[in-house]
Design a protein around this ligand. Sequence first.
Ligand code: ADP
Length: 500
Amino acid sequence: MKRYLLALDQGTTSSRCIVFDCKGKEMARAGREFRQYFPAEGFVEHDAEEIFESQLAVTREAIARAAIDPTEIVALGITNQRETVVVWDKTTGKPIHPAIVWQCRRTESECRRLNKAGLAPMIREKTGLPIDPYFSATKLAYILDHVPDARARARRGELLFGTVDTWLIYKLTNGTVHVTDPSNAARTMLFNIHTLSWDRELLRLFDIPEAMLPRVLPSVGIFGKTSPELLGASITIASAAGDQQAALFGQCCFGEGDAKNTYGTGGFLLMNTGEKPIRSKNGLLTTVGWQIGQKTAYVLEGSVFICGAAIQWLRDGLGLLASAKESEELAASVEHCGGVQFLPSFVGLGTPHWDPTVRGAVFGITRGTTRAHLVRAALEAMALQTADVLSVMQEDTGLTLPSLRVDGGAAANDLLLTMQSDFTGLSIIRPASVETTARGAAMMAGLAAGIFADLDEITSLSAVDRSFFPTLSDSARKKRLADWHAAIDAAIAYSRAITL
Ligand code: ADP
């Protein structure tokens, strides 16, 4: 009797595996960090072999911890760090260059050139993305430009390209399957999100040989079977999706207007916009959530660069906190921020301002300001930045959200979630299982394997830990948002004044 689902959650700093039973209950987990390489200023690389080895090791470990027989596993699902580029030799299966990680900025000047050449509108129209080193295209072109003979070899079909999902599936199937899904393909800047296929004009622009690209299959469906010697049985690979999209699925955001926010180092807000891609007027990304059969769910995505990292900075940079957790108790020890406004825009302002020159700021300090005020202002800033992204999402879609679902490390903070509810006027829902990324991958695989009849059944298996409701009056909320925006305007004005 087959009863279990596996989620392989390959993240930026660690590889993890969680075993779920067929009711979505977690049975066991294992995780392992792997090495980050910073070969030059702004360069970030991974060893693709180490990514696979660590993922394989934790998968074996999780199966062993769950004390199940591998033959009892119905299917596995893959979710992964997005945009990271791997290129390997088709014959040997060996990477020809270190994996270039999504964070890597080495192609910044190339992106500036493409922007100057006026290509941004065409690229945004086709891919839903702005031109940025973040996405795979310029990283892949970089490898083809820098490894001797690579482009010619790729043209001859001797080299293969993949994002991390593709790489893992290739390795797990012993080099027999070269595929990806639309949620991962949509982050390459080579994929047309309307036709759901690789875009010939973009391939020509970046000089990427089509022969090296993976076949794109629906996110929920059969990708292949693992080679039996790897995990003790031949397990069906039944889903693949990028990490944020898998989290949206794991949060059961299946309907139009359903949204989730992840409070991690940065913040990731994704909204399901239904079967049509929506163009943003505010710089949000238009991307693919997942494809099930012929049905595609599109999403709008906005990110907050510095979210939980603001708390990290108060802890590690200023030494104001012993732990991130302490922020809640300390912030709750004062009733308000005492007029302090903290803008953690350490690396510039993202959505909806898009100004990389702005730096962080603290306003409104008096002799009476305490560390509690500053910490409370940092938590408020996490919620206010998220409220701003949410507000432009509602503007772009014309949708009014029923609620916002949350996860990520800082979603453990009840005070933060109350603030979030206050600043958006929405109810905030924290699920019982905050492992939404892995859960999403496992639920997708279970759907493909026929364990779950439909999305409703998956929704019925998810439980809420706690909901948070607004406590502020409308006028108090408006005042708080107006003060926050005044602080942002002041920070922008300052950055203009000093650069003039
Ligand atoms: P990531 O996956 O991005 O590394 P996590 O989801 O593990 O991050 O969240 C860690 C971040 O959340 C850190 O930046 C930390 O400062 C912040 N954080 C963790 N716990 C809390 C808390 N209780 N209150 C506020 N922030 C927190």
